[in-house]
Ligand binder design. Structure first.
Ligand SMILES: Cc1cc2nc3c(=O)[nH]c(=O)nc-3n(C[C@H](O)[C@H](O)[C@H](O)COP(=O)(O)OP(=O)(O)OC[C@H]3O[C@@H](n4cnc5c(N)ncnc54)[C@H](O)[C@@H]3O)c2cc1C
Length: 331
């Protein structure tokens, strides 16, 4: 059926229209209604919402969520729909912008990571909240997502931490050939991995460049996060994967409420710190997470394992596990 379907967000009643052929999430974002989401590719589950009324459909081959929820990044409205999302503000907020950004700096803190700084034109109106990401649009229209690691408001400047993936198209380009003055087509902001109001202590869980959005959260909310107590468990295979330990130590010196626990899964022989899987180190130190809030970012397998273990073994409330999974583009 062709047409425009009204989508209402309960309980507060934000509403927007979804055209046939448009996904519910795309319609929401173009209306400035920030439904929760992360990968936009149907993989991470962040965008799934309970449906109080209506019906949605999916493209052939997409397996709908088993419990009748709406996977908004993949769902097409078939009639008027009511979604349940109590945390979504009623009024339209951010707008997605597409702009040409100029690379103004590239720094290689480790052999496999490039810190890329991009200047977006002030006139583009691009802005972001700490923890969000933006897409780079490649020549063939495909996209890659990268989280901003800096604090917003630095006159259109964004900083990305890009890990080189063996055989990966854009990440190898960024680490090996990208240079200052190159122009990138960028669209954003996207994502809902932002700091939620609360008072409980924080566990920050990162693998590799999963540190990037956490750095943005720390840059932007450091006194508040330190007052709550924040422990950053940062996992990598080798020490060089933890490419910004000095910055974390500098924050720690100013705000002792922030602590770093580095965890290596394949350490060199001389390593005397924590080893193994990063989420296991959290469970060893904090077997009761019932009063905590967790922000996890990076490898999707690490995120799934952490969510499952923290909720089932350590009493973490499922809604207090916030994550951005760095899923790669499906082929
Ligand atoms: C919300 C979000 C935020 C993200 N933020 C970050 C970030 O801050 N930093 C970061 O480093 N990454 C981030 N990512 C991941 C990033 O978007 C890219 O997916 C990643 O950099 C890989 O892109 P690529 O073009 O290099 O690899 P791709 O070309 O997409 O390849 C991905 C993987 O598939 C393999 N591959 C390639 N071709 C084939 C083939 N023909 N057959 C089988 N396998 C193949 C590659 O070797 C590689 O391992 C984020 C992802 C999401 C969803």
């Amino acid at each position: 059926m062709q047409g425009l379907f009204p989508i209402r967000v309960a309980p507060h009643g934000a509403s927007f229209e979804c055209a046939s052929g448009q996904t519910v999430l795309a319609a929401a974002i173009s209306a400035g209604i920030w439904l929760p989401h992360s990968c936009k590719a149907g993989t991470c589950g962040s965008c799934e919402l309970p449906m109080a009324a209506g019906a949605v459909g999916y493209a052939p081959g997409v397996i709908p969520p088993a419990d009748g929820r709406c996977r908004t990044c993949q769902a097409f409205a078939l009639q008027a729909v009511e979604l349940v999302a109590p945390d979504v503000p009623r009024e339209p907020g951010q707008r997605v912008v597409t702009a040409a950004g100029r690379v103004i700096g590239i720094h290689k803190p480790s052999p496999d990571v490039a810190i890329v700084t991009v200047q977006l034109p002030a006139a583009s109106g691009f802005s972001f909240r700490p923890g969000q990401y933006a897409d780079v649009i490649l020549r063939d229209g495909s996209r890659r997502s990268y989280s901003m690691a800096n604090r917003p408001g630095e006159s259109g400047v964004i900083e990305w931490h890009i890990r080189r993936m063996e055989g990966g198209r854009f990440s190898t380009h960024a680490c090996e050939r990208l240079k200052e003055r190159d122009v990138l087509r960028i669209q954003g902001p996207y994502g809902s991995f932002v700091l939620h109001e609360g008072t409980g202590p924080l566990v920050l869980l990162a693998s590799g460049t999963g540190y990037a959005p956490i750095a943005s959260l720390l840059h932007s909310h450091l006194p508040e996060m330190a007052a709550r107590g924040a422990v950053l468990y940062w996992g990598g295979r080798k020490w060089s994967d933890l490419y910004a330990v000095d910055s974390v130590h500098a924050w720690q010196q100013r705000f002792p409420g922030v602590r770093l626990v580095p965890v290596l899964s394949e350490p060199d022989a001389g390593w005397s710190g924590r080893s193994g899987l990063v989420h296991q180190a959290v469970l060893q130190d904090l077997p009761d997470l019932s009063g905590h809030e967790v922000y996890a970012c990076g490898n999707p397998l690490m995120i799934d394992a952490a969510r499952q273990a923290f909720v089932s073994q350590a009493g973490l409330a499922a809604q207090r596990f916030h994550a951005d999974a760095f899923v790669t583009t499906p082929r």
